[in-house]
Design a protein around this ligand. Structure first.
Ligand SMILES: [Zn+2]
Length: 441
């Protein structure tokens, strides 16, 4: 894979040297005024059009303003002297990463979060990447004779850092998880993988099964705007066809996952590849190995749509308008598989007279993988906030998909109770609150 480097596409450059020449005849305050009206990326293109302009645009005022929009007020916190360096080497290329990402690791998936960190007394700031891990749900209540577990909010475990160097021109990316014995921080290559048509299959001793595609066809949780990808050269990962290899595996080693080309294309994604991978690094991105696999590439991460999270404690009123605010990330405890993450999609119809809720699995397990719709309910809006529908259950490997009756009760804007009628199970969904600030662990 190619090394990380910031490249600005040619069509975005302002190519006419005449027009920049004219601009340079204007008084410097006016040039600065014009530049102040440009958005950050446009300003970077503009600065690249001629040497004089480039030098002129190192004027700190402009870059301070752009940095302050990200909350950066002191470049020295990031190990450099100028706002120009912080913006052009860190925020411009890597700022689009900030937020949540979900990967396509088979069955379980994984969530990665990027935050901007302003450093501490001993350590320079940068952009930190962390995976989500959940505390064990240690307490439960009893409802209708069934144990109901309340999921905890995720803990951000910092595993990578993008940082600046005063001497060099380019930010470096490293894998930094340290408490493990003998773990040495090492370089990590970040790649934007162009859209691809690679599918996953599970080979059993009888036949092969298509594994749930991820992200699938335009799910509502996927942020499809190109601005969410870091500004790196996209790389085409060559297609891989492992069908022949999967057929040759001895029965005792089955089932096994393999990869082969498919018709549907996945959007561009983020791929992280440690230059010197350890088992520890692999486990951060591939937390559960459900079946052995011939996976040709590290997992691909896709951006999760940023949704405004409502503040806790409110109850829904009887108007369906409020239901739209339920859209977003939710957590629940699946008895056997720990805490999992759902994206709840909301849709009204008949002028808010009836409503549909659909819960997409962002993370999953061997029985219902990431990317599947876990449940969906619909019905006329009612003041009890109770809706009926169907949920999905599977066997190990998700070879057979079955539906079961469910009843969903919206208890508050942050709490939804899901009763599985045939399975005699109750799951409590709790909203992921972005206000639960990631704590560095
Ligand atoms: Zn690593």
């Amino acid at each position: 894979m190619s090394n990380s480097e910031v490249v600005i596409s040619d069509d975005a450059r302002i190519s006419s040297s005449n027009s920049t020449g004219l601009i340079l005849t204007l008084p410097s305050e006016i040039i600065l005024e014009i530049c102040g009206l440009l958005l950050g990326p446009e300003l970077v293109y503009f600065a690249q059009t001629c040497k004089i302009l480039y030098a002129f645009l190192r004027e700190p005022y402009l870059w301070r303003k752009l940095c302050s929009q990200h909350g950066v007020v002191d470049p020295s916190r990031y190990g450099v002297k100028s706002f120009f360096t912080v913006y052009t080497q860190l925020l411009y290329p890597f700022g689009p990463l900030l937020g949540l990402w979900a990967n396509d690791h088979p069955y379980s998936g994984n969530i990665l979060q990027f935050i901007l960190w302003s450093g501490s007394g001993e350590e320079n700031g940068g952009i930190l990447g962390g995976v989500w891990r959940f505390p064990d749900p240690d307490s439960h209540s009893m409802e209708d004779g069934l144990p109901v577990f309340c999921p905890g909010q995720p803990v951000f475990v910092n595993i990578l850092k993008i940082e600046l160097h005063e001497d060099g021109q380019r930010a470096s990316i490293s894998c930094i998880r340290h408490p493990e014995a003998g773990f040495q921080p090492h370089r990590l290559t970040m790649t934007v993988a162009a859209s691809s048509s690679q599918g996953l299959f599970l080979q059993t001793h009888r036949r092969s099964f298509t594994h749930t595609p991820f992200p699938g066809r335009s799910p509502p949780w996927l942020d499809q705007s190109a601005r969410r990808l870091p500004r790196l050269i996209p790389t085409h990962l060559p297609p891989v066809d492992q069908r022949g290899m999967a057929n040759m595996f001895p029965a005792i080693q089955l089932p096994i996952l393999f990869s082969a080309p498919v018709y549907d294309t996945s959007p561009a994604s983020l791929v992280l590849d440690c230059d010197n991978p350890t088992t520890v690094c692999e486990l951060w991105h591939q937390p559960r190995i459900t079946f052995d696999g011939l996976l040709p590439y590290p997992p691909s991460y896709f951006p999760i749509h940023p949704v405004i999270q409502r503040s806790p404690t409110s109850s829904p009123d009887s108007s369906a308008v409020e239901y739209r605010l339920l859209e977003g990330l939710w957590l629940y405890v699946d008895g056997r598989h720990g805490t999992q993450c759902l994206y709840i999609e909301t849709q009204d119809s008949d002028n808010n007279f009836s409503y549909l809720f659909r819960a997409w699995k962002i993370t999953g397990d061997a029985y219902v993988p990431r990317g599947e719709v876990k449940w969906s309910v619909t019905g006329e809006v009612n003041s009890q906030h109770i809706y009926r529908g169907a949920g999905v259950v599977g066997d190990r490997g998700f070879l057979v998909k079955r539906h079961g009756e469910i009843i969903v009760e919206i208890q508050t804007m942050d709490r939804i109770r899901v009763s599985w009628v045939d399975q005699h199970d109750i799951q409590l969904c709790v909203r992921y609150t972005s206000s639960s600030k990631p704590s560095l662990q």
